[in-house]
Design a protein around this ligand. Structure first.
Ligand code: NAP
Length: 481
C-alpha cells in the first residue's frame, strides 16, 4: 500500500487535513494505496515555496536549466519499467501502451524543452532611423499546472518541462485518480538536482486543491488539461484575476475515410484511434465517417479487427484494451451505449462487459470495444464526448457532406482524413474546424507543432515555441536612436 504525500519545497509532506483519498486499481477494483487529500492551505504552502525559489531559478542560466532537465529525462529513462508499471496499475491502461507511448513521451517532453530553450530567439524591430525595439521574454513566476488521469505522466511532463525550462517555478495538481507517476516524478526531480521549490506537486480533489490553484492570487498563469465543463470553471475563477490561461479540453473527433483511401491502413489505424487507451484519449476519433461506396467493405473489415482486440489484464504485455478509469465512468459509458439504442442506433459489436476475464481482473471496470451504426449526427451520442471504447460509424456521399458532419459538434480538437487524393486532402483539412488534422495517420506528434483545440475544445496553443511563449511574458524595450 503506497501512501502518496505532497511534494513541497523539495520535501514530501502530509496534507494539512491529515486525510487521504483511496487509490483504486481500475483493473482489479482493489485499493492499492492512498494519496493526500489537499486543500487551499497545502496549495498556499506550495505557492509560497515556488515563489521563493523563483528568484534564483529565473536567474539560473539556460544552459544549467537545460542540463538539469536533461538529467530528469535520463532518470525517467533509467526508471522506465517501474514508471510503465505504475502508470498501468494506476490508470488501467495496457502496460504495452504505457511502454510505447506514455513513458517515452515523458522523456521526450523533458529533452525537447531542455534543448528548445537553447535555441529560442526573440524579435528586433528597427523603427526607421528613430528607434531600436527588441523583445525580451521573461518567466511569470509560479505556474499552476492541472492535468487529467488519462495520460498522467505524459501530460504532467508536457506542462512541467516547458514551465520550468522557461524559468518559472510550478505547482502541479495531477488527477487524484492517478497520483503514482507524479509522485515518482517528484522524487526524480529531486535526484536530478532541480532546486527545492522549483517543482511542487499537490495531490487532492479538483474541487478543493484544483480550485485553490486557479483562484490563488499569486499564481499568474494556469495551464489546464481536462474536460470542457471543468475548463469553464477554471476560466470563471482565473478570468477575474487576469491570469494567463491555456485550456486543453475535450474532443469529439471525426475520422473521415474516403473511397480512394488505402483501406488496410485506414482500418488498422482507425482501430487504434477508436480504442487505444480504452478510447480514453482526447484525440480519439470517436466518430467514423465512411464514403458510401466503401462503407460496407470498411465496416466489415473494421468489425473483424475490433473482434480480434485482446481485452484483459493490463499487466499482460499482449493486452490491447484495459480497464476504464472508475466504476462510475464505466457506468457513464454504458449509459451512452444504452442511449444509442434508445436513439435508434444499432450496436454492431461490443456494448457489454466482457466475460471470462482472468481471475485477477474479474472485478475490474472493463467494457468491450463497441461499434455503433445508424445514428443521426445530431443525436447525443454523436454530439457528446463519451471517452470510452465506443465509436460510431456513419456513411457519407460527398466531401461536402463529410465536412458538414465533421463540423457538426461544439468540439474542434482533432480530425483524421483518409484519402490518396492530395487535392481533396488539403481541401478537406482546410475546411475542418479543428486544431489538428491528420491525413492518412493518427497521433503522429512532432513536439514543435502548435497543439490545441478550436471551439469548445480549448483556448490557446501549446507545443514547441508556442509553449515557451505561453510560459513567458513578452516585453518590448524601445531605445531611441
Ligand atoms: P476533469 O475532470 O476536467 O479533470 C482534469 C483535472 O482538473 C484533474 O486534475 C481534476 O482533478 C482537476 N479538476 C477537477 N475539477 C476542477 C476544478 N473545478 N478546478 C480546477 N481543477 C479541477 O477531466 P478528466 O476526467 O480528468 O479528464 C478527461 C477529460 O480531459 C476529457 O474531456 C478529455 O478529452 C480531456 N483531455 C483533453 C486533452 C487535450 O489535450 N485537449 C488531453 C487529455 C484529456 P481530480 O481528477 O482530482 O478531480
Amino acid at each position: 500500500m503506497k501512501r502518496v504525500l505532497n511534494f513541497i519545497d523539495g520535501q514530501f509532506r502530509p496534507p494539512c487535513s491529515g486525510r487521504y483519498l483511496p487509490n483504486v486499481n481500475p483493473a482489479t477494483g482493489g485499493v492499492i494505496g492512498e494519496s493526500a487529500e489537499s486543500g487551499p492551505e497545502d496549495v498556499d504552502a506550495a505557492v509560497v515555496a515556488a515563489a521563493r525559489a523563483f528568484d534564483s531559478w529565473r536567474r539560473t542560466p539556460a544552459e544549467e536549466r537545460s542540463r538539469l532537465l536533461i538529467r530528469v529525462a535520463d532518470l525517467i529513462e533509467e526508471n522506465f519499467d517501474e514508471l510503465a508499471q505504475l502508470e498501468s496499475e494506476d490508470g488501467g491502461k495496457p502496460i504495452a501502451l504505457a511502454r510505447r507511448i506514455d513513458v517515452p513521451r515523458a522523456i521526450r517532453n523533458f529533452r525537447f524543452f531542455a534543448t528548445a530553450i537553447l535555441h529560442a530567439e526573440t524579435a528586433c524591430h528597427i523603427t526607421d532611423d528613430r528607434a531600436l525595439n527588441y523583445t525580451i521574454r521573461q518567466p511569470l513566476g509560479v505556474a499552476g499546472l492541472i492535468s487529467p488521469w488519462n495520460l498522467p505522466l505524459y501530460l504532467l511532463t508536457w506542462k512541467i518541462a516547458p514551465a520550468i525550462a522557461a524559468g518559472n517555478c510550478c505547482v502541479a495538481k495531477p488527477s487524484e485518480l492517478t497520483p503514482l507517476t507524479a509522485d515518482r516524478l517528484a522524487a526524480l526531480t529531486l535526484e536530478a538536482g532541480i532546486p527545492p521549490g522549483v517543482v511542487n506537486i499537490v495531490h487532492g480533489p479538483g474541487g478543493s486543491a484544483g480550485r485553490a490553484l486557479t483562484s490563488h492570487p499569486k499564481v499568474p498563469l494556469i495551464s489546464f488539461t481536462g474536460g470542457t465543463k471543468t475548463g469553464a470553471d477554471v476560466m470563471a475563477r482565473a478570468g477575474p484575476l487576469f491570469k494567463k490561461v491555456s485550456l486543453e479540453l475535450g474532443g469529439k473527433n471525426p475520422n473521415i475515410v474516403f473511397a480512394d483511401a488505402d483501406l488496410e491502413q485506414a482500418v488498422a489505424t482507425s482501430i487504434q484511434s477508436s480504442f487505444a487507451n480504452q478510447g480514453e484519449i482526447c484525440l480519439c476519433g470517436s466518430r467514423l465517417f465512411v464514403e458510401k461506396t466503401v462503407y460496407e467493405e470498411f465496416v466489415d473489415r473494421f468489425l473483424g479487427a475490433t473482434k480480434k482486440l485482446r481485452i484483459g489484464d493490463p499487466q499482460d504485455a499482449t493486452t490491447d484494451v484495459g480497464a476504464l478509469i472508475t466504476e462510475p465512468h464505466l457506468r457513464k459509458v454504458e449509459g451512452y451505449v444504452e442511449l444509442a439504442r434508445e436513439e435508434g442506433g444499432t450496436i454492431l459489436v461490443g456494448g457489454k462487459r466482457p466475460e471470462n476475464l482472468p481471475e485477477r481482473v474479474a472485478d475490474g471496470y472493463f467494457l468491450e470495444p463497441t461499434v455503433i451504426a445508424g445514428l443521426d449526427c445530431q443525436r447525443r451520442v454523436m454530439q457528446e464526448e463519451v471517452f470510452g471504447p465506443v465509436v460510431t460509424v456513419t456513411p457519407f456521399d460527398s466531401p461536402e457532406e463529410a465536412i458538414a458532419y465533421a463540423n457538426s459538434t461544439r468540439y474542434g480538437l482533432s480530425a483524421s482524413v483518409w484519402t490518396q487524393d492530395l487535392q481533396k486532402a488539403h481541401r478537406v483539412a482546410a475546411a475542418i474546424e479543428s486544431g489538428t488534422v491528420w491525413v492518412n495517420t493518427w497521433l503522429l506528434r512532432d513536439l514543435r507543432v502548435p497543439f490545441g483545440g478550436m471551439k469548445e475544445s480549448g483556448l490557446g496553443r501549446e507545443g514547441g515555441f508556442e509553449s515557451l511563449d505561453f510560459f513567458t511574458e513578452a516585453k518590448n524595450v524601445c531605445v531611441k536612436l
